[in-house]
Design a binder for this molecule. Structure first.
Ligand code: SF4
Ligand code: SF4
Length: 56
């Protein structure tokens, strides 16, 4: 289980700087979370303006 970023993502980049383990990177049109790195802290969901990250 890891957090995932939905297609609602507007690629603002806010979440990437909040992730304590640097699991978030810019993908093709949206940001993506590396499932093997994510520790499910929820920080990305807390800062996202559109609620794109959620626990799978
Ligand atoms: Fe990073 Fe935490 Fe979001 Fe996982 S839940 S991607 S560890 S900020
Ligand atoms: Fe996408 Fe939300 Fe991250 Fe911004 S904070 S890049 S909208 S997932």
């Amino acid at each position: 289980m890891a957090y995932v970023i939905s297609d609602e993502c507007i690629a603002c980049g806010a979440c990437a700087g909040e992730c304590p383990v640097n699991a978030i990177s810019e993908g093709d049109g949206k940001y993506v979370i590396d499932a093997d790195t994510c520790i499910e802290c929820g920080a990305c969901a807390g800062v996202c303006p559109v609620g794109a990250p959620s626990a799978e």
